[in-house]
Design a protein around this ligand. Structure first.
Ligand SMILES: C[S@@+](CC[C@H](N)C(=O)[O-])C[C@H]1O[C@@H](n2cnc3c(N)ncnc32)[C@H](O)[C@@H]1O
Length: 456
């Protein structure tokens, strides 16, 4: 029994969990539970009637079975994100354990592929700003793509080392550090996590986590919140790291009192506690999470954003501004790829990031004007801020939508005017096509197209 797991790991679990270790290890080989979190700006509920709510997340549900997400157009429309349930605890922590300003500025430091970033975007619901960061280039691109699909304009994706955030002292109201870890909580889901596990690797992860926390600490405002999580059971990466932060007297721990029927374990640390999801108790993968509040008073001079005038509205072509709902609330900027829109209220923060960080993506790409003609960008179709009145809309059936997502040419409906058409499925936009009369050219980006064969 348990031969899937390294001997050193089994021994540590036996020490850590005593009599419960048998149940723990058995449960770590059970089937994975599928869950998704939907995007309330795009979809009110899921069609799976058997879906059971995730108690700690208002938008999370367990699915009765695992679908092929690739074959669901709503997945491509950014209507939901497959996310394992334990990670959704961030929703409950943000909603019921933090006191935040009206427009919080939130950093997701270790952001890819974007599970927590998309959750934070929903929590913000267009207010404040989310800076979603990922240090590894290929993963930063995936993070940018997932946030693009999710559709909120108040997000900035960066690719920086945690130490780079030292250039933004006392800036963020919340810093989420979902740290790279030894991944024991993923053993059920991912065989590679088992293969890569070793005691020495787990120890390396613990010291890397301390380095990440030390490097990024200055960017959190005094009075701001650190939400630290890992998907491992290893105390050195979890409670010992939190204890280390508390000993430095830099922060206080905020207790997290989860209801008993959620079956989440509480780990006492200092005069508070953290939460741990264990496989034999709660319905989800392994996760550790703690909430801390940085000590100290905020000093006004630390937040040093240079005031910059946003671009005059008259310089933004009307055809561009007309693509965005409530365009007066947006700052429009043109770069080599075309026009982008970002909430006006936070333009100084954005310019500050553009000067100090490596920004991969921000706001929403609206489109470009080529030889005097406007061409909408794919991002615009997926934006929750698109002005739907700016385009003709063509609603597709399930089969047609999959063909569109595969890149096939479509036939235009008989009375549709020529020009750009917003292609949608069940009322959710998927992308654009160009109606040239005899056919509609497919503008769905090649890199995002479905590659698998479609069912007959
Ligand atoms: C647990 S994953 C984050 C998962 C993500 N928060 C989500 O919910 O989808 C940890 C991330 O940290 C990144 N990472 C690796 N080394 C890092 C470092 N030294 N500093 C910051 N992030 C790092 C990894 O590339 C990985 O994307």
């Amino acid at each position: 029994m348990n031969s899937r797991f390294p001997t050193d790991f089994i021994q540590r679990i036996q020490q850590q969990f005593g009599d419960a270790s048998t149940d723990f290890l058995k449960a770590l080989s059970n089937d994975v539970v599928t869950s998704v979190r939907y995007n309330p700006s795009k979809l009110q509920s899921l069609s799976d009637v058997a879906a059971e709510p995730v108690s700690w997340c208002k938008d999370g549900v367990y699915l009765s079975q695992k679908p092929i997400f690739t074959l669901d157009p709503l997945f491509h429309a950014g209507c939901y994100y497959p996310q394992e349930a334990s990670s959704m605890i961030l929703d409950w922590i943000l909603r019921s354990h933090t006191e935040l300003p009206e427009n919080p500025i939130i950093l997701d430091l270790c952001g890819a592929p974007g599970g927590k970033s998309t959750l934070i975007a929903n929590f913000l619901a267009g207010k404040g700003v989310l800076v979603a960061n990922e240090v590894i280039k290929s993963r930063a691109n995936i993070l940018a793509e997932n946030l693009m699909k999710w559709g909120y304009s108040n997000c900035v994706v960066t690719r920086n080392d945690p130490s780079d955030f030292g250039r933004l002292p006392s800036h963020f109201d919340v810093m989420v550090v979902d740290a790279p870890c030894s991944g024991e909580g993923m053993f059920r889901k991912d065989e590679r996590a088992i293969e890569e596990w070793s005691e020495s690797n787990a120890a390396m992860c613990a010291s890397r986590q301390r380095r990440i926390l030390t490097d990024a600490w200055a960017t959190l405002k005094p009075g701001g919140y650190l939400i630290y999580s890992t998907c491992t059971f290893n105390p050195a990466e979890n409670e010992e790291n939190i204890q280390w932060l508390l000993e430095g007297n830099k922060a206080e721990i905020i207790p997290l009192n989860a209801p008993n029927n959620w079956c989440i374990s509480s780990l006492g640390i200092g005069n508070g506690n953290a939460l741990a999801f264990y496989p034999h108790k709660s319905k989800g993968e392994g996760l550790f999470v703690a909430l801390l509040r940085k000590r100290g008073e905020e000093s006004a001079k630390e937040v040093n954003l240079k005031k910059t005038k946003s671009k005059e509205k008259s310089k933004t072509p009307a055809v561009v501004a007309n693509c965005i709902k409530d365009s007066k609330n947006f700052y429009f900027a043109e770069d080599s790829n075309g026009w982008r829109a970002f909430p006006n209220q936070f333009v100084n923060d954005l310019l500050f990031y553009l000067r100090n960080l490596s920004v991969v993506r921000y706001g929403v790409e609206v489109g470009q004007i080529i030889k005097g003609r406007f061409q909408p960008a794919h991002e615009l179709a997926l934006s929750v801020d698109i002005n739907p009145e700016a385009f003709n809309i063509c609603n597709l059936s399930h089969g047609e939508a999959l063909k569109y997502l595969k890149g096939e040419i479509l036939q235009p409906p008989s009375e549709m005017e020529k020009g750009y058409v917003l292609i949608s499925y069940h009322g959710s936009p998927l992308g654009f096509a160009k109606n040239i009369g005899t056919r509609m050219n497919n503008l769905y980006p090649t890199s995002l197209r479905i590659r698998m064969a479609l069912p007959e």
